[in-house]
Design a protein around this ligand. Structure first.
Ligand SMILES: [Zn+2]
Length: 327
């Protein structure tokens, strides 16, 4: 195997497999938005069905990849794995990394994913086409070069029948057919992201009752350890709308009368969404998020009486009542 062939094999496997492990991990750690993994999957399917499967097998008026490259590469990258690895690389390195550049260059703000932004789109388009030209010149120049026919594909509608050479650089050619998919793909990808973000916001703006563990970093309060160890149990709530963090201690449950800041309408809505289980002596407290005024009710139960009238507490459910967004 020549060094150049080795480079191709390494780059292909690394660019396919690193995002495959990294993206779910980043999602799990909540470092990237919740829609990322769906976009990753959709990008994979689009690239696979859009051109990679067609190019790999040469389905319509094209040579299969096995005819276009050296035998040693066919051994290292079997034909049935070829389109999978290429599509994984497309989805991870081109699509998701492209979205990351957009976010980075547009003020590190998710706003660029809420409404169409021409500057952001230019970055995505530039990255997609730019990386593809580099790939064509330095990675795949042998199997995409002049004289080898590449199949028609849905996202390359002009097919092999219209394929002028765009320019030459150091003896390497950049042809029209191989760029088309990465001109068509970015607006589709951007549209998918806008749609997913919008959908997530619509879901977020409806009232909901969710397990307390989804919002609080701690749900158990034990006054015994507090007196014994002089350690106060603290639970931190993170607002899903504005990321504001609020700390609660046992004292927040021990008010003589239940504190409520909800309007009558909000009380009825919260009661309907999550009726109190009075048989379990469930109780609640309410607050408005200081960051965005989101009305929040926290249902808890004193789960065990350990001395006369003294309980340990467990947070059970959080009821959030966002106002529907306009526009
Ligand atoms: Zn908030």
């Amino acid at each position: 195997m020549t060094p150049e062939q080795l480079r191709l094999v390494v780059v292909l496997y690394v660019s396919a497999l690193v995002p495959l492990g990294l993206i779910p991990w980043l999602q799990y750690r909540r470092i990237i938005p919740t829609w990322s993994i769906r976009i990753y999957l959709l990008s994979f399917l689009l690239c696979a069905a859009g051109w990679e499967i067609w190019f790999t097998y040469g389905l319509l008026d094209g040579d299969p990849v096995t005819d276009r490259r050296a035998a040693i590469l066919n051994e290292w990258i079997p034909i049935h794995l070829n389109w999978v690895l290429n599509s994984l690389g497309d989805a991870g390195v081109v699509c998701l990394l492209g979205l990351y550049w957009m976010w980075l260059c547009c003020g590190r703000s998710e706003r660029v994913f809420r409404r169409w932004h021409w500057g952001g789109f230019a970055i995505l388009l530039g990255w997609s086409v730019g990386q593809n030209m580099l790939v064509e010149m330095y990675l795949y120049h042998d199997q995409l070069s002049v004289g080898k026919t590449i199949s028609w594909a849905p996202l390359v509608p002009t097919g092999p029948w219209f394929n002028p050479t765009l320019f030459e650089f150091h003896g390497r050619t950049i042809t029209f057919q191989n760029q088309v998919c990465w001109v068509i793909m970015p607006p589709i990808l951007y549209g998918l992201v806008l749609w997913q973000v919008k959908r997530g916001e619509n879901l977020q703006s409806s009232p909901r009752a969710i397990p307390a563990t989804e919002r609080f970093d701690n749900v158990h309060f034990d006054p015994r350890t507090e007196t014994r160890e002089h350690r106060i149990n603290v639970a931190q709530y993170t607002c899903p709308e504005c990321d504001y963090r609020i700390r609660f201690t046992t004292h927040d449950f021990l008010r003589s009368e239940p504190y409520s800041c909800f309007t009558e309408k909000q009380k009825i809505l919260a009661d309907t969404l999550r009726p109190l289980d009075l048989g379990n002596e469930e109780d609640f407290f309410e607050f408005l998020c200081p960051g965005c005024q989101l009305p929040v009710r926290v249902v808890f139960w004193p789960d065990r009486e350990f001395a006369m009238g003294c309980y340990t507490y467990e947070l059970v459910t959080v009821v959030e009542l966002p106002a529907p967004r306009c526009g």
